[in-house]
Design a protein around this ligand. Sequence first.
Ligand code: ZN
Length: 136
Amino acid sequence: MKILGISHLGLAVRSVDEATKFFSGALGLPAGGQERVEDQRVQLSWHPVGKSRIELLEPTDPSSVVARFLEKRGEGIHHVCFIVEDIKGALKELQAKGIRLIDEIPRKGAGGCQIAFLHPESTHGVLIELSEESKI
Ligand code: ZN
């Protein structure tokens, strides 16, 4: 498999609006846009940083993964997303290497990407997302 770069860092926040005051207001990162991702039950606000971006994730449902993360650990870095060339091939390869996957089949992420998460048990405690950018 080939990792082409870091797509984004996902940060769990209690309020996208409050967090944007810091990331755009104080740090001066431009506002890329907002999107409600129903599949992950989050309101997402993204901010470009060079070729990568920061994604602020606010839960829209108290039973969502991000809501449970906030409850357990508070605000902070939730996941790192790597861009891969061929996500299906990458998942097959990782599975063959005995890496535990959360998603064995890629699902649809923000912006029409195909994404999949690896289980933190196999990744030294870091939730890793793989993303194949949409080619359109
Ligand atoms: Zn992500």
